[in-house]
Design a protein around this ligand. Sequence first.
Ligand code: GLN
Length: 298
Amino acid sequence: MILKDALLKGIKLLKSADIDTPALEAGVLLCHVLNVDRSFLYSHDDYSMKDEEYEKFAAFLDERVRGKPLQYITGHQEFMSLDFIVTPDVLIPRQDTETLVEVVLGHVKDTGLKNARILDIGTGSGCIAVSLAHFVKDCRVLAVDISEGALATAEANARRCGVEDRVSFLKGDVFGGLFNAIAQSPFAKVTEHNEEGIFDIIVSNPPYIPAEEIKTLHRQVKDFEPGTALNGGEDGLDFYRVITCEATKLLSPGSLLAFEVGYGQAKDVWGLMERSYCAIKSVKDLAGIDRVVMGYRK
Ligand code: GLN
């Protein structure tokens, strides 16, 4: 099969399956099979594909048509200009989440914070923890998650981005002893510096979809992304409730707590933070939706 014909066939198939960007995705899958970058598709459109290459392409197209997200097929997603490994154990990093990382980077820059001690709760792929470690060269990050599969993926991403020396990992459940485990962890001991509070910054993009709404999500999300990464309890706010409360024990006055929130949740999360945090504000994402809520420990 000639490359150009394979590509056209792929585009047609994805289009018939109602995939929004069929040409882009067929191209990505073809590049993945051939292990080449996109320019190859234009410069070698007469390339004669080996049978096994075409079969692999056809199998990937079939998976995509059945709803599997592209990133779980290729195993990669770009985030903050870094390349992240994604496995079915983790949520695919979203562009919206870059808003949260940018807010934290802005805070570090504006305050001149040195040797920042950062906690990322529900690290998933590690996209937040690893990109903060990449951009803030003197920080140390503790990344926690309930899922061993997610932690393994996040660790692989830390190594891939060369920040494994400054990112530590801890398994735990925010509803069951995680915060005590953090306080007892080697990270807390190393970074305490005899100050009040263990962290200068706590950041989280927790699961925030109300349980009943999960079944209404696009099948690409609900059938393939991990339920534990999505389910925020009855009203979607369970994680915000426990984290706003427990985080106060780990932060010293003036330290930052910053959350990603779901559509329409900013006001509620703001309300949860009011008791123990001051100068609370929300920040919009590129689509103009309130995406981050942040405040400083009173
Ligand atoms: N922290 C990861 C991310 O932002 C995972 C979030 C989650 O699983 N809820 O992508």
